[in-house]
Design a protein around this ligand. Structure first.
Ligand code: NAD
Length: 518
């Protein structure tokens, strides 16, 4: 039986050896999921929401032990596991348990012309959703997607990252304990090959969060069966520091935005664009604050930055940093690993040629920020948009009106003004990217609608308005003339409409009186 080892990245300690799910088991798992979904999907959204509220209770009862597990398996500080993973998860259930049933109610569409008929949108579950997740927020990310998918009436087959399988299994354990129906949520354990095999089970939707290369593979495999996908991919998020910014505030924002979770955040500040007039002072402040960050194992609960979660990610840091060194970039801070390679010192790198280097253009997904300068607002906008990614950007300024104007020029899914990173964890606002950062949204109404089909129901307004429509057979002379005159009624000027009206009515009356629809 193949197994997967979950290890503490700070100590290398083996936390548990876990049996992997064989791809041969997937057909049974998906069949069970479809059966569980039929009963669950038949419940009213309010009943499903009530069941999910129980899940919230099981989390609240175990906050400290779950945060311990996340921190051990992923390396992040205990505070971050608690405040940035579990609290937003609890908030998400609360928000969607209340708003979800309202958002899933039928929605009337006002008819502009055909007043004798009504249209409404009816939301119904997709079926079985495959949730495939990364390791950087091993609880928050899949949990939010699972909760929204379930609330919308779906069953979920969930594959956590092979780097954080224990946290994935914890979500399953909590769901079971909360009394969710058997097989409604099923967690499968394995690496990318198991994720790839899941697609061949033809889930009704794939909700993927992870890297751009994997996102492309998933989309191409899903295309074979025309499975809809939502892709939440990487970013190279820029922070623009305007010349009027409070530099103490701006440097603290950069510090948290760039180095929380050791920068292993899709929404991390990875690039700073600072106005040349304040660049030296800003850089000096950021350097000073970097020196105050405490890096160490999270078990001691006195750190700001923990161990790097994933061995393979360190090779990306090495590649980007050694290329920067070779090209003569300036290391304002950090740049080196601890002797045992467990930690990468928080790094700030800059220099004249920085913008052509991978450390500035490609996602590092670590405690590294590349800094450059700009002379004008237009240059800041152009540099921000000059990226294949488009997830988040932030602007630090005292001029909120100008900040708002800049925000509207940026090619990203989210812009935060005088804030960084954190809206990825908000339940009520949409999260997602443009360009190679992916497409589709999670959280908010937009995110919930990713988990439903939309059925348009079009019916007569009154019971007795059963007459044959004017555009049905036979096509006749007066019918043609009436419809031809319709175009005139769409003209801009009232005078043109009025001029056309008598002839329109003349034809229309003849059409109605003389010609019977067959
Ligand atoms: P990854 O793409 O390597 O893996 C993500 C998941 O996909 C894992 O569970 C993995 O086992 C699975 N997988 C790998 N190959 C697969 C395949 N061929 N078919 C199906 N599944 C497959 O990403 P990662 O290293 O775990 O995560 C880091 C990336 O995730 C970064 O690029 C980061 O920016 C991105 N991310 C994005 C968001 C967002 O909301 N946009 C949030 C968090 C992380």
């Amino acid at each position: 039986m193949a197994t997967l080892q979950s290890k503490n990245p700070a100590t290398g300690e083996l936390l548990r050896e876990i049996e992997m799910t064989s791809p041969d088991e997937l057909p049974r798992i998906f069949t069970q999921a479809h059966a569980a979904q039929r009963a669950w999907g038949a419940l009213r959204p309010r009943e499903r929401a009530a069941r999910l509220i129980r899940l919230r209770e099981t989390i609240i009862n175990r906050v400290d032990t779950i945060a311990d597990l996340i921190s051990q398996e992923n390396g992040k500080p205990h505070f971050e596991a608690m405040a940035n993973e579990l609290l937003p998860s609890v908030d998400l259930i609360t928000y969607f348990a209340k708003q979800g049933p309202l958002l899933l109610q039928d929605r009337r569409i006002p008819m502009s012309l055909l007043k004798h008929r009504t249209s409404s949108l009816n939301y119904w579950p997709l079926g079985v959703v495959a949730v495939i997740s990364p390791w950087n927020y091993p609880f928050l990310l899949p949990f939010g997607e699972i909760a929204m998918a379930l609330l919308a009436g779906n069953a979920v087959v969930f594959k956590p990252s092979e780097v954080t399988p224990l946290t994935g299994l914890k979500i399953q354990e909590l769901a079971d304990e909360a009394g969710l129906p058997p097989h409604l949520l099923q967690t499968v354990i394995g690496d990318g090959s198991l994720g790839a095999a899941m697609i061949h089970q033809k889930p009704n939707k794939i909700f993927f969060t992870g890297s751009v290369p994997t996102g492309k593979k998933i989309m191409s495999a899903a295309a074979e069966y025309l499975i809809p996908v939502t892709l939440e991919l990487g970013g190279k998020d820029a922070m623009i520091v305007m010349p009027d910014a409070d530099l103490d505030f701006a440097s603290s924002a950069a510090l948290w935005g760039g180095y929380s979770n050791s920068g292993q955040v899709c929404a991390s500040v990875e690039r700073i664009l600072v106005h040349e007039s304040v660049a030296d002072l800003f850089t000096a402040l950021l350097k000073e604050k970097l020196g105050q960050l405490r890096q160490g194992p999270s078990s001691l609960r006195n750190n700001d930055l923990g161990a790097i979660a994933f061995e393979k990610q360190k090779t990306v840091y090495e590649r980007h940093l050694s290329a920067a060194r070779e090209k003569g970039a300036t290391f304002v801070a950090g740049g080196d690993f601890s002797p045992d390679r467990t930690f990468l010192k928080p790094t700030l790198v800059t220099g004249p040629g920085i913008e052509s280097l991978d450390v500035y253009t490609e996602e590092t997904f670590g405690p590294i920020i590349a800094l450059t300068t700009f002379k004008s607002v237009h240059e800041a906008i152009e540099k921000t948009n000059h990226s294949r990614y488009g997830l988040l950007a932030s602007i630090i300024t005292r001029d909120l009106a100008q900040g708002d104007w800049i925000a509207r020029q940026l090619e990203v899914g989210t812009v935060t003004i005088n804030e960084v990173t954190y809206t990825a964890g908000l339940s009520e606002t949409p999260w997602g990217g443009v360009k190679e950062s992916g497409f589709g949204r999670k959280h908010s109404a937009e995110g919930l609608y990713e988990f439903v089909n939309v059925r348009h129901i079009h019916k007569p307004r009154f019971r007795f308005t059963v007459f044959k429509s004017l555009w049905w057979f036979p096509y006749t002379e007066y019918q043609y003339a009436t419809f031809r005159k319709f175009f005139e009624l769409y003209r801009v000027h009232w005078i043109d409409k009025l001029r056309a009206l008598p002839l329109f009515l003349w034809n229309f009356v003849r059409f109605i009186k003389r010609e019977k629809r067959i």
